[in-house]
Design a protein around this ligand. Structure first.
Ligand code: CP3
Length: 367
C-alpha cells in the first residue's frame, strides 16, 4: 500500500535492534556503529550512480535514494542506515531555489539578505506537502532494508538551515547569518520559528513513512559560541524534540529515539544532554571522559573518531578505535565518526573502523 496515507504500512520485522537499544539507554552485547555521510562519494559505486545526475534531482528520486542508502550496507557491517537526502531540501520546500555546484557546494540563487525577504518564504504547511518525495524514499527504503538494521531520518537544525538561507552557501565565519542575530534579533527569531515549525512536521512525517530514529544536524553550532547558541539555537532544538515527540503521540505513532549533533558545540554539551534528546553526538575535539562528565553519565553518546583517522594504517586505526571505545565505555554508546566521512576516505578504512568497534566492544563486554 505504498503512498496511500490512509493505510499505514506494515514493515518487515527488525532483525538487529542494537542501535535502537543503545539509543534508548538499554544494555547491548556490543557497541553499534554507523557513519555520518555513509552514503557518499568515498564509495566508487556511489560516484557511478550519481554520475551525470543533478544532486537535488537525485534527492527527489525515491528509487535512487533507496539504492544510495543501501550501498554502504552491502559492504560494511553497519548497525543503522541513514536515508540519502540533504538538509537543504527544507529551505527548498520553503521556496528557495538551490543548486549543488561541484567544487563549491550548495548555493542558493536568492539568499535572504534582509528581513523583508522573509515574505518570499512559503508557509510551513506548503513546505510539508512539498517534501512528500523524502517520505516516499523512506517508505521504499524501509521495505527494501527488509529489517536488516533500523533506518534513520534526519533534518538540519533551524540555526544551521538559517545559515545556508542567509549566507546563500557555505562560509567559514557565517558572518552574514550572525549579522542577522545582532542586527535583526526579532526577525531572526521569526525565521527560526518558521524553520522549527517546518522541521517538526517534517520529522513526524518521516516517522510515519518509516524512520525509526531521527537525527538533528546542528552543523554550524561552533561559530555561535555559548551565549548566541543558548539564545538562538538551543531553544529551537528543545522545541523540536518536545514537539516531535508530542506530534508522534497525537498521530498514534511510536516514540523514536532522537539524536542531536552540534558540530563544534562542546560548550553546549551539558545543555544538550538536558534538551529532550536520547542521544548527544560529539565531534573529535572533545575527550570522551569530558563528554561523559558534561552530560552527567546518563545519556547515550555518539561519536567521535576523527574522520582523518581513516587514512591511518590498519593497526594505528584499530588502536585509535580501541582507545575511543574504552574511554566512552561499551554501554550507552553508539560509535560514529566525529563528522561526516570525507570524499577521499579509503573505503577499507571504514571497514576496519566498523569491524574494530564490534570486536573491541565484544571483548570488553566479555571481561
Ligand atoms: O549521511 C548520509 O549518508 C545521508 C545523506 C546526507 C547528505 N547530506 C548527502 C549529501 C546527509 C545526512 C547530509 C546532511 C547535510 N547536508 C549536512 C549536515 C551534516 C554535515 O556535514 O555537517 C549539511 C551541512 C549539508 C549540506 C551539504 N550538502 C553540504 C555542505 C554538501 C557538500 C558539498 C560538497 O561539494 O562537498 C552537500 C552535498 C551532499 N550531501 C553530498 C552528499 C552525499 C555530496 C554531493 C554529491 O553527492 O554530489
Amino acid at each position: 500500500q505504498h503512498g496511500n496515507p490512509d493505510v499505514p504500512d506494515v514493515f518487515p520485522a527488525l532483525k538487529n535492534d542494537t542501535f535502537l537499544r543503545a539509543a534508548r539507554g538499554e544494555a547491548t552485547s556490543y557497541v553499534p556503529v554507523w557513519c555520518m555521510r555513509q552514503a557518499g562519494r568515498y564509495l566508487p559505486e556511489f560516484r557511478m550512480k550519481r554520475a551525470g545526475q543533478d544532486f537535488f534531482e537525485t534527492c527527489r528520486n525515491p528509487a535512487a535514494c533507496c539504492e544510495l542508502t543501501l550501498q554502504p550496507l552491502r559492504r560494511f557491517d553497519l548497525d543503522a542506515a541513514i536515508i540519502f537526502s540533504d538538509i537543504l531540501v527544507v529551505p527548498q520546500a520553503l521556496g528557495m531555489d538551490a543548486e549543488m555546484i561541484p567544487g563549491k557546494g550548495p548555493t542558493f540563487k536568492q539568499p535572504l539578505e534582509e528581513p523583508s525577504h522573509l515574505q518570499r518564504l512559503l508557509s510551513p504547511h506548503a513546505a510539508r506537502s512539498a517534501l512528500f518525495y523524502v517520505h516516499d524514499a523512506l517508505r521504499l527504503t524501509r521495505h527494501q532494508l527488509d529489517g536488516l538494521v533500523p533506518l534513520i531520518g534526519f533534518a538540519g537544525a533551524p540555526w544551521t538551515l538559517m545559515c545556508y538561507m542567509v549566507e546563500g552557501g557555505g562560509s567559514t565565519t557565517m558572518s552574514r547569518a550572525k549579522r542577522w542575530l545582532y542586527q535583526y534579533p526579532e526577525e531572526s527569531h521569526n525565521l527560526l520559528k518558521i524553520l522549527t515549525d517546518t522541521v517538526v512536521e517534517y520529522l513526524v512525517d518521516q516517522v510515519s513513512a518509516g524512520a525509526q530514529a531521527l537525527q538533528l544536524f546542528e552543523s554550524h553550532a561552533g561559530c555561535l559560541g555559548p551565549s548566541l547558541f543558548m539564545e538562538f539555537a538551543l531553544p529551537c532544538l528543545k522545541d523540536v524534540a518536545r514537539r516531535v515527540q508530542n506530534g508522534l503521540r497525537q498521530a498514534d505513532l511510536p516514540a523514536v529515539p532522537m539524536i542531536v549533533f552540534a558540530k563544534d558545540g562542546h560548550f553546549s554539551l551539558q545543555e544538550l544532554s538536558q534538551a529532550g534528546y536520547d542521544v548527544v553526538g560529539v565531534d573529535w575535539t572533545v575527550r570522551p571522559e569530558l563528554a561523559r562528565e558534561l552530560t552527567g553519565g546518563k545519556i547515550t553518546l555518539q561519536g567521535n573518531l576523527d574522520p582523518c583517522a581513516l587514512y591511518a594504517p590498519k593497526e594505528v586505526l584499530e588502536k585509535k578505535v580501541n582507545k575511543m571505545v574504552s574511554e566512552f565505555g561499551t554501554q550507552r554508546y553508539i560509535a560514529n565518526l566525529g563528522h561526516g566521512i570525507y570524499p577521499d576516505a579509503p573505503p577499507e578504512g571504514l571497514g576496519t573502523f566498523v569491524d574494530a568497534v564490534h570486536a573491541i566492544s565484544r571483548s570488553l563486554n566479555a571481561c
